[in-house]
Design a binder for this molecule. Structure first.
Ligand code: FES
Length: 179
């Protein structure tokens, strides 16, 4: 089968999942994750490739990809900042965290900085309610946020590509560590 955009490596990473699931279509969530890891987001062509591999229609893939906030349907920056907006975080200042990040980065939610480094997104509860307010950047969590902490995190990421203030990762990459 000739795929549009996914590499042989991604195809193999998807196919190796098949024995762990009752049928091919059940591999959809990990397959989308693998496609996103490879391309950075889920383009139409990537979703068509996933559909072909799993014997689904592109619409069936699209329905799932648009349901979960973990999947990006357009390119994102090197660092995807996802701020939790759900109740526990909202009660202790998630709104001001978002405002602070918007002003500091010069973007609104859903946008990416002009240097391609940061994308800002709002998401529902990330299950770290006890250390709210919090945000996830790529695969790491940053908790009990304050403006000072956010300044340091952003500077660490720009300078070193990582920050000691992170916790996690909570999901291991399927195809290899992202930078
Ligand atoms: S409400 Fe924010 S992590 Fe649960």
């Amino acid at each position: 089968m000739r795929l549009k955009v996914l590499s042989d490596k991604a195809k193999e990473a998807i196919e190796v999942q098949f024995p762990s699931y009752p049928d091919k279509r059940s591999v959809l969530l990990p397959a989308l994750r693998i496609a996103q890891e490879e391309i950075g987001y889920l383009s139409e062509s990537a979703m068509i490739d996933v559909a072909d591999l799993l014997g689904l229609t592109p619409v069936q893939v699209y329905e799932v990809a648009t349901f979960y906030s973990q999947y990006n349907l357009k390119p994102v920056g090197k660092y995807l900042i996802q701020v939790c907006k759900t109740l526990s975080c909202a009660l202790v200042g998630a709104g001001s965290i978002v405002t602070y990040l918007q002003e500091k980065l010069g973007i609104r939610t859903g946008e990416t900085t002009s240097d391609g480094l940061f994308t800002l997104k709002l998401v529902e509860c990330l299950a770290a309610c006890g250390s709210a307010p919090m945000m996830q950047i790529n695969d790491r969590y940053y908790e009990q946020l304050t403006p000072e902490k956010m300044d340091r995190i952003l500077e660490d990421l720009k300078r070193d590509g990582k920050s000691p203030l992170a916790t996690g990762p909570f999901m291991l990459p399927v195809m290899g560590e992202r930078s």
